[in-house]
Ligand binder design. Sequence first.
Ligand SMILES: C[S@@+](CC[C@H](N)C(=O)[O-])C[C@H]1O[C@@H](n2cnc3c(N)ncnc32)[C@H](O)[C@@H]1O
Length: 317
Amino acid sequence: MDGIDYVLKSRDLEEPRFVQQPLLEELEVGEIEGVPLFSYPQVDFPISPNVALGRNLNSILDASSKTEMYLKLALIAGGTSALWTLLTKGISSGLSGGTMDIIYRIGVPKKVHELLDNVDIAVGSLQRRIQIGNIMAKGLMKNEVQRIVSIAGGSCLIPIEAIYQARKYGVQIVNVDYSPKANQKAEEILELGRKKSDMGIGIKYLPSDILNEDIPDDIDSPKPQIFECTGFWEYLNPQDRERLLTKVSSSLKVGDTLVLTALFNNPQQALFDKMGFKKLNPQDFNEYIKQIVNSGLKVEKVYITPNKTYVTAVVSR
Ligand SMILES: C[S@@+](CC[C@H](N)C(=O)[O-])C[C@H]1O[C@@H](n2cnc3c(N)ncnc32)[C@H](O)[C@@H]1O
């Protein structure tokens, strides 16, 4: 298994990636606003959508009332508890409260794969999990970074996996997230990892509202840091994006990196709207890059998931 000759399989990702694998190789696929655009062919997982489940999901578009919609969702979930959690908590909260790990396919049964493989942004989320992990693992390996600041980090699955892929001992994660459930999930993942091999990872939880409170001073560091923000930008309106960038920009020093992911395209937006999913705001490439540049930062590279749903910008001061 080496280079771009292999493709990862979603069923192999049900456990967090605690075992180091060869780093993924990037492929340059274009250029936007003078910024090189890359993709990772190895995360173009084979998918096996259950067509009948997909049809039931799409039939929600024809539901004439909320009751009918919930009945249809209940029928789809059947006896699968992970799907009930997604439906009862995930849809209303925009995948907060620890439900994100179901989308990342951690510990899920076959039916969850079969349902989620029908949904482009669910497939794209799994692709972005590996894409962002790989970008950060490279960042950890090539310089003296000892800390990742995860903004709205949730269960911190992506930074934890990045550290295991880089096999770098004693890296700290600072999780700026106000959800106690997310922090609890992060501890569970850490504990699982420690049992396999203890990488000396420590997580500091900063239960702060990143949009309405100042960035805590604790994230200041004389050493270069990676700031990572995933699964957050797509829920923000243009003003809140400005606020987030202003805050991050004021903390980002020369030598630091920001790894920021945006939703680029949600082909099933109508279905998400119908289900009452927290509002998602896809963003056009050029506008995304311009907005980052206008906040005084430099976009070094952009990565796109193979199914063209999410883009990740690597940003510096
Ligand atoms: C969709 S999850 C993404 C989590 C994680 N980054 C990932 O990709 O798995 C969004 C996270 O943002 C957190 N969050 C939402 N609004 C926030 C805010 N204003 N300040 C801090 N955290 C916030 C939620 O608690 C949740 O854990």
